[in-house]
Ligand binder design. Structure first.
Ligand SMILES: C[S@@+](CC[C@H](N)C(=O)[O-])C[C@H]1O[C@@H](n2cnc3c(N)ncnc32)[C@H](O)[C@@H]1O
Length: 462
């Protein structure tokens, strides 16, 4: 008996072909494919049918297609030439919709490239691109890429340690021998590292053997405003070492950093001031997320802002510089105050510094309290303690601004594992923060998106 493979594809516009049919043609198998196009409300529905006789090489393909429910899926037909729109659509599907590449390829009979994507719910999407396009790496290659991700982390760390970005920013177009001279490295080994860094997109290698920084590599230059240089050293250094203990953290629920270094990273960094300094500079690398904060909240009636666990003062500084009538208080661990004093040196007279422990007490008298990237360092119980200390210091109606990365979200999930393994804290959903805030006597009032995937939660002391 002959069965038929029947599929329905909805495309945005234009003609659609048939991958299964072309698969057969490629293998020299004769087949009859029936395709009907039906225009419906500005779209085209493609209904296709082809016979799948017993013993046909299509039998297993058809069975798989049916089992996964792939016969019916949405297809986006790109009609514009070029590579920009296909690249954007791929990014939308993979990074925004969380879809993973699921095969496809170039169809020479129609001169189109068909790329399939699969979502977590097994929905299939198809991209039909005119002409020949590179295939999306298949899942095996992606897994290999993920498995060897540590190589990239260490290559970037070495690039940072050797300050290759600084050398290339100062003198674009250096060759490997000159760079080896400047960095005190072995020329052959350096050339091999540079070749790898070029494949990572951090620099380009010209045919004449010279190297240039790319836009991706540029932030590793120490002179840029939000340089990622300290971040590359921190995440490729102590946090890299402790990340090797992730299985320990997952088995026990305990942070691996303390297991590896004998104590939590705050006291450990306090005993190793060069690491403490690196930590604060690494935090400042993402200070761009604070840029909108001074304009998101009405500071007109605010006299005093208290930054609780304010780090090097990057957020408090932005608020004070934007609102000249406001004075600030920064509460920190004693060893962190030096970094804050130097960052806020231009605000002497408007800013005071308090050494203390926010689990014990918080300075009183503020109209606005800031808790930026503090709560995610701690478990729920400790968070409520910190929030209660804030609430005790605040008047009814005083405002609390919490800056955090919120789950869900691809990036927040990765940071959450970092928090689990290296810090002993966690990233949370907005509702989770809402419960913690209410438990400590606050009324959550608003949530704003900030750059770099961060959010600002606004709450009022009830
Ligand atoms: C992740 S950093 C965030 C710094 C800053 N708020 C920011 O967003 O850039 C957390 C800060 O909490 C401070 N901290 C940790 N434990 C503390 C404590 N018990 N009392 C006061 N500050 C503390 C650390 O020194 C660190 O600077």
């Amino acid at each position: 008996m002959t069965t038929a493979q029947v599929g329905v594809v909805i495309v945005g516009a234009g003609p659609a072909g048939l991958v299964l049919g072309n698969l057969l043609l490629d293998r020299g198998v004769d087949c009859v494919v029936g395709i009907v196009y039906v225009p419906v409300a500005g779209r085209t529905v493609e209904i296709f049918a082809l016979p799948v006789p017993p013993g046909s090489p299509l039998e297993t393909v058809a069975a798989d297609e049916r089992a996964a429910g792939h016969e019916s899926h949405h297809a986006f037909a790109v009609t514009a030439p070029g590579r920009v729109i296909p690249a954007g659509l791929r990014t939308l599907l993979t990074e925004r919709a969380g879809a993973v590449p699921d095969g496809g390829g170039y169809n020479k009979h129609e001169n189109v490239t068909v790329l399939y994507f699969r979502t977590a719910h097994h929905r299939r999407f198809e991209l039909r691109l005119p002409g020949r396009h590179d295939p999306v790496p298949d899942t095996t290659l992606s897994l290999l890429g993920v498995t060897t991700g540590a190589w990239a982390t260490q290559a970037v760390r070495t690039m940072a340690e050797l300050r290759i970005a600084d050398h290339l920013a100062a003198r674009p177009g250096l060759d490997a021998d000159t760079l080896a001279d400047h960095t005190g490295t072995d020329p052959d080994a350096l050339r091999r590292l540079l070749r790898y860094l070029a494949t990572l997109g951090l620099l380009t290698a010209s045919a004449d053997g010279t190297y240039h920084l790319t836009a991706l590599g540029e932030p590793l230059h120490t002179g840029t405003e939000f340089s990622l240089h300290p971040l590359a050293l921190l995440y490729g250094g102590p946090f890299y070492d402790s990340f090797a203990g992730l299985t320990y953290a997952v088995r026990t629920g305990q942070e691996a950093f303390a297991h590896r270094y004998g104590q939590h990273h705050f006291p450990y960094f306090a005993e190793h001031p060069e690491l403490g300094d690196l930590f604060h500079r690494a935090m400042a690398a993402s200070a761009e997320m604070f840029t909108p904060v001074p304009d998101l909240v009405d500071f007109s009636g605010v006299r005093r802002v208290v930054d609780v666990g304010g780090g090097n003062g990057a957020l408090l500084g932005r608020v004070l510089r934007a609102h000249g009538h406001v004075e600030g208080v920064l509460l920190e661990r004693p060893e962190a105050l030096e970094a804050a004093r130097s960052e806020l040196a231009d605000l002497t007279g408007r800013c005071t510094f308090a050494a203390g422990d926010f689990t014990e007490s918080v300075p009183e008298g503020g109209d606005v309290y800031l808790l930026s990237r503090v709560l995610h360092d701690w478990d729920d119980e400790r968070c409520v303690t910190i929030l209660r200390r804030c609430a005790e210091a605040m008047r009814e109606g005083s405002q609390l601004l919490v800056v955090e990365r919120l789950l869900p979200g691809n990036k927040a999930a990765a940071w959450d594992v970092h928090m689990l393994c290296n810090v002993g804290g966690r990233e949370r959903e907005e509702a989770h923060y809402g419960r913690l805030l209410e438990g400590a006597g606050f009324r959550p009032t608003a949530c704003y998106a900030l750059p770099l995937g961060a959010s600002l939660l606004h709450a009022v002391r009830g």
